[in-house]
Design a protein around this ligand. Structure first.
Ligand code: NAD
Length: 493
C-alpha cells in the first residue's frame, strides 16, 4: 500500500466485518497473522464476539423474506454485474490471494478464474431453479414442483483457496434466494472481505450477505442457532465430521467437504516424461496444499524406476520462493506450524523405512526469501500401510508405491480411507475404462492429474472426503440450497 490507505484498503487490511451492509471493525480479540513468504507480521485477524455473530444472524434472518421475493431474473442481473466486477478486479484479487496464502501469482489467477466460473454458473439461476409439472396426475388434478430457498445459509471455507471456495458457496446460495453468513478461514481472512465488498458494489441489498471472522467459537454459535438452515463447509476431515454431526443434530442441511489423499496410477505404457510433468504440477502446485493434489503415485510394473528418476530430475529444477516473484514455481506453505507438521511427516517416512530420494527440508529459495518453505520431497519404495501413504500431509511430499499390475493398483487406491480424487495415466482405453469404473473416488482423471470438475458438475468427494448427500457445484448445489414443494391442484368448474 503506497501513501494513505483508502477506506477499502483499510477494511481489507484490518479484516473488517460486514453486518447488514454496514462495514465495521470487530470488538473481539485479535491475533497476528504473518506473510507466509517472509514470516513477517501482515495483519491482525479479529475473532468476532458472540453479540456480533448474533447480530449477523438476525440481520440475515430479517433480510430473507424480501430477498426471496426479489424476482429471480433480477437476482441473476446482480450476479451478472458481480461477475463483471470480479473480472475487472481479477489481478487485484489474485495478488491478495498470493499475499495471504503464498501460492504463485499464476496459481492465484487460475483459482480466481475458477471462482468466476462458479459465479457464471449462478448467473443461470432462472433456468437452474425451474421446477417440474405434470398435468392430469388424477382426473382434473395437476401437480407442480417448485424450488424455494431455505433461509439463512452459512459458509465456512478452508485456507487454501481464499477466493475460489467462498465463490462456490455464497453466489449460488444467494442466487437461489437465500441470505448468507460467510466466515472466511481465520488463516486467510482478507480476500473474503474484498469479495463481499464487490458483491455489494454489484447492487446486492444490505443484509443478504454478511461477513464475520473467527474460528471454532464463532462457528459454534452459528451451528447452534435455529435460524441458520444450511451449512456449507470445506476443510479438513476431522472438522468436516464435527460440523456434519453438530449441524445435522440441530436439524440443519449440511454439505461438509473434507480432506484427501489422492492416488495417481501410472501404467507402464504411459509417456513417462509427460506423466512426470503432470504429476509434478499436481503434487507440488500450490506447495501441495490442494485437496486435489496427487500425494501418492502408484507405479505399475516397470514404470517405477524410470518414473522416479524423471520425477526427481524435474523436481530439482523447480524454483522455490515468494509467490509474487515471476520465476517462482512453488511458494511457501501457509504457516510455521504447518511447515513443522510437514517436516515431522518427512521424519516419519524415514523412520518407516521409505527411501527419501529427494529431501525438501534443506530447501534454498531462489530469491532469498525466508518464509515457511519446504522443497519438493519424494519418497520411493513406500508401502501402502505406512502413515505417509495413508494420512493427509497437505504439503509438497510425494510417496511412490510400486504395484505389480492394475489389479493391485486399484486395490491400493480403494483401501484408502479418503475418496476425493484419483487418476490414471495410460495409453490403453481398456485400462482407463476399467479404472474409472472400479475405482472408489468421486473425481477421476484419465491422463488428467488434477481432475477438478467445472462448476456444472458436482465436486464429488467420497468416503472420508465428504460428509453429506449433496455436493458443492452443479445441480447438486441447486438441490442443496433449495427446498422442493409439490403443489397438487384441482379446480372444479
Ligand atoms: P480446517 O478444517 O482447519 O479449517 C476449515 C474451516 O473451519 C476454517 O474456516 C476454520 O476457521 C474452521 N475451523 C477450524 N477448526 C474448527 C473447529 N474445530 N470447529 C469449527 N470450525 C473450525 O481446514 P484448513 O486447514 O483451513 O484447510 C485444509 C483442509 O481443507 C485440508 O484437509 C484439505 O484437504 C481440505 N480441503 C478440502 C477440499 C474439498 O473440496 N474436499 C477443498 C479444499 C480444502
Amino acid at each position: 500500500m503506497a501513501g494513505r490507505p483508502t477506506e477499502v484498503e483499510r477494511q481489507i487490511y484490518q479484516c473488517a466485518i460486514c453486518i447488514g451492509g454496514e462495514w465495521q471493525f470487530s470488538r473481539g480479540r485479535t491475533e497476528t497473522l504473518t506473510n507466509p513468504a517472509t514470516g513477517e507480521p501482515s495483519t491482525q485477524i479479529p475473532y468476532c464476539t458472540e453479540e456480533e455473530v448474533q447480530s449477523a444472524i438476525q440481520v440475515a434472518h430479517t433480510a430473507f423474506p424480501s430477498w426471496r421475493q426479489c424476482p429471480t431474473p433480477q437476482r441473476a442481473r446482480i450476479l451478472f454485474r458481480y461477475r463483471h466486477l470480479l473480472e475487472e478486479h481479477r489481478e487485484e484479487l489474485a495478488a491478495l490471494v498470493t499475499r495471504e496464502h503464498g501460492k504463485t501469482l499464476e496459481e492465484a489467477r487460475g483459482s480466481v478464474q475458477r471462482g468466476i466460473e462458479a459465479v457464471e454458473f449462478a448467473c443461470g439461476i432462472p433456468t437452474l431453479m425451474m421446477g417440474e409439472s405434470l398435468e392430469n396426475v388424477g382426473t382434473g388434478v395437476d401437480s407442480v414442483l417448485i424450488r424455494q430457498p431455505l433461509g439463512v445459509c452459512l459458509g465456512i471455507p478452508p485456507f487454501n483457496f481464499p477466493a475460489m471456495v467462498p465463490l462456490w458457496m455464497f453466489p449460488l446460495a444467494i442466487a437461489c434466494g437465500n441470505t448468507f453468513i460467510f466466515k472466511p478461514s481465520d488463516k486467510v481472512p482478507r480476500t473474503g472481505v474484498r469479495l463481499v465488498e464487490l458483491f455489494h458494489e454489484a447492487g446486492l441489498p444490505a443484509g443478504v450477505l454478511n461477513l464475520v471472522h473467527g474460528a471454532k467459537e464463532v462457528v459454534d454459535v452459528l451451528l447452534d442457532d435455529p435460524r441458520v438452515k444450511a451449512v456449507s463447509f470445506v476443510g479438513s476431515s476431522p472438522v468436516a465430521q464435527y460440523i456434519y454431526q453438530t449441524a445435522a443434530a440441530k436439524g440443519k442441511r449440511v454439505q461438509a467437504l473434507g480432506g484427501a489423499k489422492n492416488h495417481l496410477v501410472v501404467m507402464p505404457d504411459s509417456d513417462l516424461k509427460a506423466t512426470a510433468k503432470a504429476i509434478l504440477a499436481s503434487a507440488f502446485g500450490c506447495a501441495g496444499e490442494r485437496c486435489l493434489a496427487t500425494s501418492v503415485v502408484v507405479a505399475v510394473g516397470e514404470a517405477g524406476a524410470p518414473l522416479v528418476r524423471e520425477l526427481v530430475q524435474a523436481a530439482d529444477a523447480l524454483k522455490v520462493g515468494a509467490g509474487n516473484h515471476p520465476d517462482t514455481a512453488m511458494g511457501p506453505v501457509i504457516s510455521a506450524a504447518h511447515r513443522e507438521r510437514i517436516l515431522q511427516y518427512i521424519e516419519i517416512g524415514e523412520r518407516e523405512g521409505a527411501a527419501l530420494v529427494r529431501d525438501g527440508r534443506t530447501v534454498k529459495t531462489h530469491d532469498g526469501s525466508a518464509g515457511y518453505y519446504v522443497g519438493p520431497t519424494i519418497f520411493d519404495r513406500v508401502r501402502p500401510e505406512m502413515r505417509i501413504a495413508q494420512e493427509e500431509i497437505f504439503g509438497p511430499v510425494l510417496a511412490v508405491i510400486q504395484a505389480k499390475d492394475l489389479e493391485e493398483a486399484i486395490a491400493i487406491v480403494n483401501a484408502s480411507r479418503y475418496g476425493n480424487a484419483t487418476a490414471i495415466f495410460t495409453r490403453s482405453g481398456r485400462a482407463g475404462r476399467e479404472f474409472a469404473s472400479r475405482i472408489e473416488a468421486g473425481m477421476v482423471g484419465i491422463n488428467v492429474s488434477v481432475p477438478a470438475p467445472s462448476p456444472y458438475f458436482p465436486f464429488a468427494g467420497w468416503k472420508g472426503s465428504f460428509y453429506g448427500d449433496l455436493h458443492a457445484h452443479g445441480k447438486d448445489a441447486i438441490e442443496f440450497y433449495t427446498e422442493k414443494k409439490v403443489i397438487t391442484s384441482r379446480w372444479v368448474s
